[in-house]
Write a protein that binds this ligand. Structure first.
Ligand code: ATP
Length: 231
């Protein structure tokens, strides 16, 4: 099984008036097509870890590999490229550009990457919108669609560059149970049909129990990795 993401002995310190050891020797791997959740009490370090794994925070000790390539120590320019091409993000709040259409929002990361023509990007974006069953709202302004639709648009945007992994920080935290289940089902379908890996921080035990593996954190440490009961 191909490893998509590997964290080796990640340590992080916040250095203010005092030094705070926030992440303590975290190591784990995520395989292709695996759907993994991260759980732990508020303040245990989940978001801090996700920032490092997503290459947005480079101030840490240890090593990070994406598709078996060491990405620790790369230049900011290179990291920005890696992030845009290989990692899709879905947050609790969707961060769509409200004055832009759904279609324009989904196209943005591909335009930024600059590897395809406008027509190709538009074609890809419509395909993603169709896959998520929101093609009919493609010309609506992002401010004129529902919360559940916004999160599906955010997922389509995360998929536009065909990433290896989707990372999410509480992507269902702002949704009602119907829409939360809908997002879970989309993630599950992506992991099975597109062989996409998913790493999702969540406080929702029901959501986590349905993923392939739960990574549990406490006080900055990885304390358990549990294969979920559904397996
Ligand atoms: N810039 C900073 N300087 C010092 N301490 C920080 C900083 N940012 C976060 N922390 C602390 O690091 C710890 C981990 O924070 P983090 O946001 O990663 O937790 P979390 O598990 O994601 O919490 P939540 O579930 O509430 O989002 C917390 O104790 C937090 O107060």
């Amino acid at each position: 099984m191909k490893t998509v993401l590997e964290a080796r002995n990640i340590n992080k310190y916040f250095k203010n008036a005092t030094t705070f050891h926030v992440l303590k020797d975290i190591s784990f791997k995520i395989n292709q097509s695996e759907f993994v959740s991260i759980m732990g009490k508020s303040g245990c370090g989940k978001s801090t870890l996700l920032y490092i794994l997503s290459t947005m925070d480079t101030d840490y000790e240890g090593e990070l590999f994406l598709n078996n390539q060491l990405i620790t120590g790369q230049t900011n320019n290179h990291l920005s490229h890696i992030r845009n091409k290989h990692i899709g993000f879905v947050f609790q709040f969707h961060y769509l550009l409200s004055e832009f259409s759904v279609l324009e929002n989904v196209m943005l990361p591909a335009k930024k990457l600059g590897e395809k023509s406008f027509a190709e990007i538009e074609h890809d974006a419509i395909e993603k919108l169709r896959m998520l069953d929101i093609e009919t709202i493609s010309l609506k302004k992002a401010s004129h669609i529902s919360g559940g639709e916004k999160q599906r648009v955010a997922i389509a945007r995360a998929l536009i560059n065909n990433p290896s992994i989707i990372m999410g920080d509480e992507p269902t935290g702002n949704l009602d149970s119907y829409n939360a289940e809908n997002v879970f089902n989309i993630f599950r379908q992506l992991s099975i049909e597109q062989q996409l890996s998913l790493l999702i921080v969540t406080h929702d035990k029901d959501f986590a129990n349905k993923t392939d593996r739960i990574i549990e954190m406490e006080d900055g440490k990885l304390i358990a990795q549990t294969t979920s009961p559904h397996n």
